[in-house]
Design a protein around this ligand. Sequence first.
Ligand code: VOV
Length: 249
Amino acid sequence: MAEPAKTLDGWYCYHDFRTINWAEWKQLSETERDSILNEFLELAKQWDDTQAKFEGSHGLYSILGQKADLMILWLRPTMDELIDLENEFNKTRLAAFTTPTYSYVSVVELSNYLPSDKDPEQDPEIQARLKPILPKWKYVCFYPMDKRRDGDDNWYMLSMEERSSMMRSHGMIGRTYAGKVRQIISGSVGFDDWEWGVTLFAHDVLQFKKLVYEMRFDEVSARYGDFGTFYVGQTMDESDIKPYFSIAE
Ligand code: VOV
């Protein structure tokens, strides 16, 4: 049997995708809409407090295309907190004007493919990668992926050495995007339908296409990568919420 990689697991992640029922939302008076948004912003303030204490992180994103209008991404030290957050959000009046379209459950993951002599518990850089405060970079991209298990192209039958060598090449391509694309890789074996969630952040949206395209030619993606649905959108601040939901009378 090939040796499994050892993983370091950080904060649990919940990606929640919704469309907005604009027709129903438009039926409300401006006062009702304002009151519903204030209730939501009160809840978001609690999430801000959690983030200020480094006990989690969250982001709100406006997604382009018909697959979703909004993505809420929550990160917490336990899955239990994510269950509570989902439940709490579903009980808001705003949630009643949304339809869930997709979701993803995972946990931030680092693996031991690249050698390191650091103690992960003590190293601030490793800790910051396992418990990331989501960057306020302008664009977000999310997709789930698998490593292929198909005949001769079976990632899980390769030796640790073969996999490490491919991951080194993967890391080298990734590093050329430093400052342009930030990645959060979250493992989801046993949690969701794919093996990893890939969440990317960029200042320039075109860098997602350039990075993902370049990686397609790298063996670990070319031969062993299988990909799910792609979502792309813009990072929202809480101050963007009211303009986003406002209806011209
Ligand atoms: C934005 C840049 C970037 C950089 C620097 C980077 C580097 C690295 C390193 C050094 C490592 C290994 C050690 C670790 O840290 O775990 C990884 C690990 C991983 N990656 Fe990566 N990756 C990037 C980006 C990046 C992208 C864009 C993708 C999607 C692939 C594509 O074709 O669309 C990806 C996937 C992954 C996955 C699924 C894993 C886990 C694989 C496993 O089998 O365990 N990744 N990745």
